[in-house]
Ligand binder design. Structure first.
Ligand code: GRF
Length: 195
């Protein structure tokens, strides 16, 4: 771990595949003097991920990993995590499932954000299913990553009311705003109680 401002900061790698609003929120959080994290490396499986812009803007190194062969991709990821002394990973819209090869090395050191109130609505198209099932509430969850999809220990959740007039897109937008708010809070909470 790196000592900054007299305190130890976690050296974090954020994995993204697209837009990157959660990445943006984590970068803003990391820039605070009192932040417990330093974002050192952005990893993406998508060369055109819009979120890479936030890495560039903030002079954070980003690395494209070709996922044609998952095993090779993960080996390359591990080499880079090691060479950058990464001790914590945040998945933020990363559309690949990590295998045990990475999860076992970073056990209890990988967080993910998911757009539902887990354990409900694991997987994709959460908002579409929530609307179809006429749920009154949905939300978002930050959880630890284990080898089962969207199933690790829940660190922080926030409820969002589903309005009668909501469609998939309006709900997505409202939940995403809340995601951006809770991800840094979840990291703080996790670090304070576990590290
Ligand atoms: C978010 O809805 C997150 O919950 C899901 O993927 C989306 C990523 O959004 N895992 P962004 O790229 O952070 O804007």
């Amino acid at each position: 771990m790196e000592k900054l401002n007299g305190k130890k900061k976690l050296r974090v790698s954020v994995f993204i595949s697209g837009r990157g609003t959660n990445l943006k929120s984590l970068i803003n959080f990391s820039k605070r003097k009192s932040s417990p994290i330093k974002i050192v490396l952005i990893i993406t499986n998508n060369k055109n991920a819009k979120g890479i812009y936030f890495a560039k803007k903030n002079k954070i190194k980003s690395l494209f990993i070709n996922y044609k062969n998952k095993n090779n991709a993960e080996s390359k990821i591990l080499i880079n995590l090691k060479s950058h002394n990464i001790n914590f990973i945040c998945l933020a819209g990363f559309m690949k499932i990590l295998s045990k090869k990475i999860i076992n090395i970073y056990k209890n050191r990988i967080l993910n954000i998911h757009p539902s109130l887990l354990p409900k609505y694991k997987g994709l198209n959460t908002h579409k299913r929530v609307i179809k099932n006429k749920e009154k509430f949905t939300g978002c969850t930050v959880h630890l990553v284990n080898s089962k999809l969207d199933s690790g220990k829940i660190i922080l959740q926030k409820k969002v009311r589903v309005l009668k007039k909501d469609n998939e897109n309006s709900l997505f937008k409202r939940v995403l705003k809340i995601e951006n708010l809770i991800y840094p809070k979840a990291i703080k909470k996790f670090i304070n109680s576990n590290l």
